[in-house]
Design a protein around this ligand. Sequence first.
Ligand code: GEK
Length: 244
Amino acid sequence: MKDDDIYRNEDGSEPFRFNEKVARVFPDMLRRSIPGYAASIEGIGSLAARFVRAGTTCYDLGCSLGAATIAMRHGIREPCCRVVAIDSSPAMIERCRELIREDDELNGPETEVDVAQHDVREVQISNASMVVMNYTLQFIDPGDRDALIRRIFAGLNEGGLLVLSEKVVDEDDHMESLLVDLHHEHKRRNHYSALEIARKRAALENVLVPESVAAHRERLQKAGFSHAAVWLRYFNFVSIIAIR
Ligand code: GEK
């Protein structure tokens, strides 16, 4: 695995993109940048074991290199399921296909995986028992988020599960600056310099647009989800489960 040294060399004036350079260092980037990322992936495996039904489809929307796809695939206990892994970045999709092929050869679990390059806003969702958006909605234009969550709801079977992980903002300004500071300290502990942190922050401005937990819960409720709860939180990184 290659170390993430992107903002040692780039000054952050260009908006952040999921290009080849990012795909190459991505596992290291997420491990060092998202507090609780490993726990989110582990939880997705356990949730797949509990929620995925025989003969249904699971979706990993914004799959990047397929970490959540592989966790679902290994968690599923039922026969005749399929995981559809979607990302709009060609560099991510290319590497994701390689990793899924390796997983096919190493473990050969029964569940089939289809990896496809698409915009998640255009993907047809149907007969789903589980949909995962692990830190993806935050990159979607806020004006398109309601419609996407409504489409996911419509494609889920009764009792189906959405896992929605996001960076969030706190409505209390004091707590928001504390949580941002704790996150930056976490990154410094993971060997990013203050300059790298500041540059990445500038590059993500208007690219990653976080919302509050309350705004996410309201959107889920409006879309029709009957139950929603935060099941994981580490500083300003949250994962919510919602059941149709
Ligand atoms: C993981 N879920 O490892 N359509 C499709 N994909 C998109 C779109 C879009 N409109 N916008 C952004 N993406 C992964 C991590 S990363 C999170 C997800 C992060 C994709 C983008 O190309 C990238 O691969 C992913 O969403 C977000 O569990 O980097 O913080």
